[in-house]
Design a protein around this ligand. Structure first.
Ligand code: NAP
Ligand code: FE
Length: 369
């Protein structure tokens, strides 16, 4: 066995009604900055549950947009400072969870978010409670926050050990209000974390355990995803699979799928998970040439007979919600150049070249593939 380290300091509390049952224990301080998107924290019932038991004071910042911007986290950090908040409670999908993490840093550090990428930060971020309402990003158990950086025309992950939430409360019922398209997009994001982590250069004996378990669990939801009728049991499996994906990428990072997907979101507006789903079949085909047993293990766990069946599944899931796009050769070159600059590429097996990435992206943007 190889040497490795494994760090995941978040306490996970999983199951129905865990937020209400936490009671006063939900508070990590005297005054919370509650960070949410515009409506889903209310629609999912999570905010009501929180407010019904949270002791102490709070202020709500409910302006986080999808793929959060630098401006939004500056705004939230300012509110936390002015209001004297001593912890952050995030409710929502990856966007509010990630934004909340950066706000927790800015609340106690005088810095511009772009400086954090370059120089890190001195003072430990405020403690964070995370309550996911999507089953996709795993942000509730990772040390990452992804922001949209307009200056660089891309999305970029920030990381630090104090960005791991202190506690994550996972109640599958909060995902029941998700529209079908977001359910599918986020489910595919979870799968891409599990797969990219298992196929990472940085995978270890320990990171593979949550990744493999998560892929198998995700596989049990395929019939429900295909039927597009996602019952409570499938939602619980997706939420846990998504957290297992978070635990896995917290160790390994993501790989080339995420690197390419960021441009598909930034320039073409594809939701994050769908952007990954578009690239995944061709990514697996590429990886099969360098690590065939690993790709076969993934297919076996998903109970899919072949890579063609995997591609077919992605097609089926995105049918009717828009999972194809056509990119010119020039656009593909542009996205590949950007992706080649990311750390994610180095995580990918097989030392992929710009030509490999271009092939993956052109297959992904070919509606016949
Ligand atoms: P999201 O951007 O947080 O939310 C997508 C949409 O779903 C929003 O319109 C949101 O509404 C709505 N929504 C969320 N929960 C809902 C619910 N229970 N019922 C009804 N609507 C709901 O989506 P996401 O895919 O979870 O997060 C994507 C972001 O996470 C991206 O920026 C991505 O790069 C990042 N990410 C982070 C990590 C990490 O490790 N930190 C990993 C992967 C991806 P509201 O606006 O009203 O909330
Ligand atoms: Fe992701």
């Amino acid at each position: 066995m190889n040497k490795f380290s494994f760090f995941m300091p978040t306490k996970m509390v999983f199951g129905p009604d865990v937020v209400r049952e936490a009671g006063a224990g939900l508070a990590l301080g005297k005054k919370a900055l509650i960070v949410t998107g515009r409506s889903s924290a209310r629609r999912s019932g999570a905010l009501d549950d929180v407010l019904s038991v949270l002791p102490g004071e709070y202020v709500v910042f409910d302006q986080v947009e999808n793929n959060p911007s630098v401006e939004t986290v500056i705004e939230g950090g300012k509110v936390a400072k002015e209001e004297g908040c001593d912890y952050v409670l995030a409710i929502g999908g990856g966007s509010p969870l990630d934004a909340a993490k950066v706000m927790a840093v800015l609340a106690v550090n005088d810095a511009h978010p772009l400086q954090l990428y370059k120089d890190g930060w001195q003072n430990r971020a405020l403690p964070i409670v995370a309550i996911p309402t999507t089953a996709g990003t795993g942000s509730e158990v990772t040390q990452y926050a992804v922001l949209t950086i307009a200056e660089e025309q891309t999305k970029k992950g920030l990381g630090g050990p104090d960005l791991f939430p202190q506690v994550a409360y996972l109640d599958p019922k909060y995902t029941e209000s998700l529209p079908l398209d977001v359910t599918i997009d986020t489910a595919v994001d979870a799968l891409s974390h599990l797969v990219e982590s298992y196929l990472s250069q940085r995978a270890t004996e320990a990171s593979e355990l949550p990744a493999l378990q998560g892929i198998a669990l995700w596989g049990t939801t395929i019939p429900a995803l295909r039927k597009k009728v996602i019952d409570r049991e499938a939602r619980a499996a997706l939420l846990l699979a998504s957290s297992l994906g978070g635990i896995a990428i917290a160790q390994t990072g993501t790989a080339l799928v995420h690197a390419l997907g960021y441009s598909l979101t930034y320039y073409d507006g594809l939701p994050h998970g769908r952007a990954n789903g578009v690239c995944m079949p061709a990514y697996l085909e590429y990886t099969k040439t360098v690590a065939p047993e690993r790709v076969d293990t993934i297919l076996e766990l998903l109970e899919l007979p072949s890579l063609a069946a995997f591609g077919g599944l992605m097609h089926e899931l995105f049918a009717g919600i828009g999972g194809t796009l056509q990119l010119s050769a020039e656009t593909i070159e542009h996205y590949v150049t950007k992706a080649m600059l990311t750390k994610n590429i180095k995580n990918s097996l097989g030392d992929p070249s710009a030509e490999d990435l271009a092939r993956i992206l052109s297959r992904g943007s070919d509606p016949r593939s």
